[in-house]
Structure formats: C-alpha cells, structure tokens
Design a protein around this ligand. Structure first.
Ligand code: PEP
Ligand code: MN
Length: 349
C-alpha cells in the first residue's frame, strides 16, 4: 500500500508509563494490548518507558489503558508514522552494529568498495579504511545493477570474503540484501542488513528485515518523499526491529552534473520528526569521485550521524561504481578533515 498525500493509517496510541514503572506494570500493559489483538511496542526512554500500540482502529481504546497500574497517560499519535516518530520516543536512538554505535556522539564512518570483487581486493581496501579510521566495512555481495549484463556480485562467496575481512580488521560488516533469500544469508554472515534504494518500498523485504535480530540500514528510494522514507522505516519497526539506521543517498532530479542530487536538507528534516539515526552516502549521492569529500564535509555539518563512502584501491578498474569510488589516500585525507569538523558540532570522530 502506498500512502497518498494526506492519507493516514488510523490513529495510533502511545501509553506513557510513570518514571520508575516496574517490569510487572509494563508487562501488564503489553498483555492488555495483546489481549485486544493489537501489537505492543515497549520503547525504553531516558526518563521513562512508553508503549506504542499499532493495529488499533483509533483513539477509542485509550480509556481502557489509562486505568492500568503504572500508566501516566495515553496519547493519540497524530502522524502516519508512529514508532519512528519523536512523539513516541523523544530521545535519539543509538543503533549498535557489531559493537559500533551509530547515532551517538561519535560520527560513524562506513567505508569499503561498492562490490566485493575478490578476497584480495576486499582485504586491501578493508585494511586501508581501517587504518584511516573507518568504523564499519561495506561491500556488496548481491548487487542491484541497472543492467542485467553488469557484474551482479559474488553472492554467498562474497559474504564469506566480507566475514574474512572482518576477522582480519575487526570492522563489523554492512551489506545489501536484494531479496528474501539474500537477507537470510546476510543474517548469518554480516552485522547489519542494508536495504537499497531500489528496494525501499519492497514491503515484503521490509517486513522480513523487521523480524531480523540484525540492525538495518535503510537507504532512501530514488524518488522517495520524506514521508515515504519514514513509512518504510516504520514497516521495519512495526515488526519489532527497532535497530534502524536511515541513509540519504541522493534523489533523481534534472541535475546534469551529478548522478543524483544529494538532499542534505533531509537530514535536519528527519532529525526533527524522527529519533532514528541517519547516515549520508555522498558516493551514490553525487556519482563523482571529486565531489565525495566536499559533500561528506557538508553532511557532517548538517548533522548527519555518519557517512557511507565507497572506497576502492584501483577505482578505474572497479567492477562497480568506479567513477564515484575514492582511493584510500583520498579517504584518509577526508577522515582527517572530518576529525576537525566534528568537534565544532559537538561530536567526535
Ligand atoms: C550501494 O550501496 O552500493 C547501493 C547499491 O546503494 P543504493 O541502493 O543507494 O543505490
Ligand atoms: Mn555502489
């Protein structure tokens, strides 16, 4: 179902527990919600726990929950997106990817080639980005290519290579699931599941990612509005997976000097209405090697929680996205710049 402008999905409810509510009281609310056939989403906050309710038809049920022990108030949630919204969870979500925090004080840098091409290639790039200061390793084993004749990725073999690169460098791995079958393999080998721009509205894939225990990096669709982007994240949270990282990667416009137009304005827009962390991918966002560093610096300046950058040791011979891949040397210089920019924004690298 695609939401059209102004359409809503029926009012959700948010049950706010008192500060220091007991585990029993929280369980009591969850049981009462489930007994009515709705879904309960306990969301621990810095001060108190809130419980989001989805699957209900409106605010009619509010009084039922108001009288339960430990409940302070029941608030109708006005937006179409509920669980991703700051109304439901005022404080920022910090996602843990194999021990690396995304959305906290430290800017998270995800780097690596567009595609896993060979063990040798992956190890060269992984070692280089680790040395330069990356926190997470990227690399596609399943590639969503515009042409069926382009390199499609190494599949499971690529996942084994990524696991070997993690073993050697200690960098947790983020890699894309193009379909349900790939997702199940990725859950076994990787630390986070990437849902690509072309799959942002693949609702069965989103639902399956929502059932996973692994964090999800959700990339914005090529022509997705902010509302559509957040509703796709909502699909994942609604299934019980709250570990979602958004990623702005550029949208299609009339621009003729870049592959996509990196919509940096979406970063503060997301921050205003959602608690989820957001990365910026200036590689797909510009499609041009020389524009990756300036747009990375700008992304940090507008408040992105981190960056996803394509790096290749020999970009002109890369099997995928060479023109937008930067060299390890360029990456190292960029990390040096970001280290200087971060403190100005009250962050670190
Ligand atoms: C990628 O990260 O290599 C990729 C294919 O990204 P996107 O889905 O943003 O095009
Ligand atoms: Mn790519």
């Amino acid at each position: 179902m695609l939401l059209t402008k102004g359409e809503t999905t029926g009012g959700g409810l948010l049950v706010v527990m008192r500060q220091g509510a007991t585990a029993d009281e929280i369980r009591g609310v969850v049981t009462a919600v489930e007994a009515r056939g709705f879904k309960a989403h306990p969301i621990p906050g810095a001060e108190r726990t809130a419980i989001g309710i989805t699957g209900n038809k409106g605010a009619l049920e509010a009084p039922v929950f108001e009288s339960l022990p430990g409940v302070v108030e029941v608030i109708p949630v006005s937006h179409a997106y509920k669980l991703v919204s700051r109304e439901v969870k005022p404080d920022d979500t910090v996602v843990d990817v194999g021990g690396v925090k995304v959305g906290g004080l430290t800017l998270a840098v995800v780097a690596g080639p567009c595609a896993v091409e060979s063990l040798e290639q992956m190890l060269i790039v992984a070692r280089a980005v680790k040395k330069a200061g990356a926190h997470l390793l990227r690399g596609g084993a399943f590639k969503p290519r515009t042409s069926p004749y382009s390199f499609q990725g190494l599949g499971e073999e690529g996942l084994k290579i990524l696991a070997a690169a993690r073993e050697e460098t200690g960098l947790p791995v983020v890699t894309e699931a193009v379909d349900l079958e790939a997702l199940e393999l990725i859950e076994r080998y990787a630390d986070a599941i990437q849902i690509g721009a072309r799959n942002m509205q693949n609702f069965s894939l989103l639902k399956r990612a929502g059932k996973s225990r692994k964090p999800v990096v959700l990339k914005r669709g090529l022509s997705a509005t902010l509302e559509e982007f957040l509703m796709s994240a909502e699909y994942i949270l609604a299934e019980g997976n709250y570990q979602v990282i958004l990623c702005e990667r550029g949208v299609r416009t009339f621009s003729d000097f870049s592959r996509n137009t990196l919509d940096l304005a979406v970063v503060p827009a997301v921050k205003k209405i959602s608690h989820l962390p957001i990365l910026v991918d200036p590689s797909h966002g510009t499609g041009r090697r020389d524009k990756v560093a300036p747009l990375s610096r700008a992304a940090a300046a507008v408040g992105a929680d981190g960056l996803m950058i394509e790096v290749h040791h020999d970009p002109d011979r890369a099997l995928s996205d060479g023109p937008q891949s930067i060299t390890p040397e360029m990456f190292e210089a960029l990390v040096r710049d970001l280290k200087q920019i971060a403190p100005v924004l009250g962050r670190r690298l």
